[in-house]
Design a protein around this ligand. Structure first.
Ligand SMILES: Cc1ncc(COP(=O)(O)O)c(C=O)c1O
Length: 493
């Protein structure tokens, strides 16, 4: 093709692609429309439900999801978002979200994300983004210090707890030198309370073929260390190769914290890699209670924390920490000729060497900005409040006649109503449906010792005493509607 024809085409392409880089006046209009949408959303939260069952399913609306050749006005797009995306289903931004493990959504983190996306700083490799990498590493170092790690540890920010568990388990396999031919003799210990991302990570790393032991639990759903020791010894005597134990620092179902110190003793004595899943519980280390209950966590070979849970960040931020950074480096090492300049000019480790990712979201900024802007004190207070809310709710639910679990270890507790006659599981399922239909509060359920129970999980930063009172009102009316007689006693501690 002649040069002038190429020039003509370049000119046409440049002109046609110009909307991708709007100039200030257009940008300001876009930002104004988006921030005004965000303001309406946030201002409207107190009146919004935590769960909206209806409002999705109209097929013609889904046509709006498909990109077309020409663009659409921002206001029309925001209207669609409001109706079709931010309306139906669970509203994780609501303080009424008390189901599963609530995530966050701090406004300051959203602003960090905005800046990260606008500047598009490359946080994968030090050479390309030294400031961004340093910021991510600083977040990892701060969290490692919180766990009690001293020199020589490393870690990286992941998209969530599941990916962080996967990275930790892949690192454990690599560090413990588990070869394919040894899989059937190698043993992994966890418990029935392990999050499902743990067995998933074992499968993804090829460890699904190992012998997988579920260590018995005590009456508070914590791993029984004596049973663990006995099982490891029995397995060794049978010629098997125990190599990994996965403990919980805050299980999803019940908030159980395993006796980490005793498990660390066994891991050290038996030569096991100890991984602690602290995705839910980890940031309670910012509280005195959390530090007491998670004593021994610093002895773990790897730990997973979820800043999108306990630091109230938006979804998409997990963290893996490994006590000896060399294990993480070995597990994630890569060779690529085209990266040779980057390697030579590195003054500190890069996330690309410490995680499976290369080009990735600059997650450090959404974490650093709120932590620095607000300081740690409000985070600490907010976590402490969640611990108290779980205790408060349990006592009030008990006083209303609910059967409850033990004094909560963290901010998850469970409960159920046992009617005088009939099927208690079915009764509680109906109760849960009633709560979800009401929608002001969202609860989820689980099965413990074969019984259907309701869960109360306080971790959303907008959950305060008001939301607990609303939940108690909802439960009271549902019980009355079912013909239950409630004689509310004064709560007893
Ligand atoms: C204990 C625990 N581990 C791991 C995970 C998985 O984390 P994520 O949902 O961030 O992938 C969760 C999620 O709730 C969890 O509670």
């Amino acid at each position: 093709m002649p040069l002038n024809e190429i020039e003509r085409r370049l000119h046409a392409c440049e002109a046609a692609s110009r909307p991708l880089d709007p100039q200030m006046a257009d940008r300001n209009q876009l930002v104004k429309a988006v921030t005004s949408y965000a303001d309406d959303f946030l201002n409207g939260l107190p009146g919004r439900k935590a769960y909206e069952a209806s409002g999705y399913g109209a097929e013609e609306a889904d046509a709006a999801l498909v990109p077309e050749e020409s663009g659409t006005d921002i206001h029309a797009l925001l209207e669609f978002l409001g109706q079709r995306v931010d309306g139906p289903g669970l509203n994780p931004a609501s303080g009424g979200h008390l189901g599963y493990i609530p995530g966050g959504g701090l406004p300051a983190a959203a602003l960090g994300d905005y800046l990260a996306a606008v500047t598009n700083r490359y946080a994968g490799v030090f050479f390309a983004g030294p400031g961004a990498v340093r910021m991510e590493n600083a977040m990892v170092h701060w969290a490692g210090g919180l766990v009690g790690y001293e020199k020589g540890f490393g870690g990286s920010l992941a998209s969530g707890g599941s990916m962080a568990n996967l990275t930790a388990i892949a690192t454990a396999r690599n560090a413990m030198g588990i070869k394919g031919r040894q899989l059937e003799q190698s043993v992994v210990y966890s418990s029935q309370q392990a999050h499902h991302s743990v067995p998933k990570a074992l499968r993804l790393t090829g460890l699904g073929e190992c012998v997988l032991r579920q260590v018995p639990l005590d009456d508070r759903f914590r791993m029984d260390p004596a049973a663990l020791r006995q099982q490891v010894q029995a397995d060794k005597e049978a010629g098997l190769h125990p190599f990994l134990v996965v403990a919980n620092a805050g299980s999803t179902d019940t908030g159980a914290v395993d006796p980490l110190g005793s498990i660390a003793d066994i891991a050290a004595e038996q030569g096991l890699w100890l991984h602690v899943d602290a995705a839910y519980g980890g940031f309670f280390l910012l509280t005195g209670h959390g530090r007491r209950i998670m004593q021994g966590i610093h002895r773990a070979d790897s730990v997973v924390l979820d800043p999108h849970k306990g630091l109230f960040l938006p979804y998409g931020t997990g963290m893996v920490l490994v006590k000896d950074i060399n294990h993480l480096l070995r597990a994630n090492r890569y060779e690529a000729n085209y990266m040779q300049d980057a390697r030579e000019q590195s003054l500190e480790h890069s996330p690309a060497e410490l995680s499976p990712e290369l080009s990735k979201h600059f997650r450090g900024l959404r974490m650093w900005l709120p932590l620095k802007l607000h300081g740690l004190a409000p985070f600490r207070a907010c976590l402490e409040e969640k611990l108290w809310l779980a205790r408060y709710f349990r006592l009030r639910a008990q006083a209303m006649g609910f059967e409850t679990g033990p004094d909560p270890e963290l901010s998850v507790t469970y409960f159920r109503f046992v009617p005088h006659g009939g099927d208690a599981d079915a009764f509680n399922q109906t109760l849960l449906q009633g709560v979800q239909r009401d929608g002001r509060i969202f609860l989820s359920s689980t099965v413990l010792n074969g019984k259907f129970v309701l869960r109360f999980a306080a971790l959303a930063f907008r959950t305060h005493r008001h939301e607990v009172e609303v939940l108690l009102d909802v439960l009271r009316s549902l019980l009355k509607a079912q013909g239950m007689e409630i004689q509310e006693r004064a709560p007893t501690a």
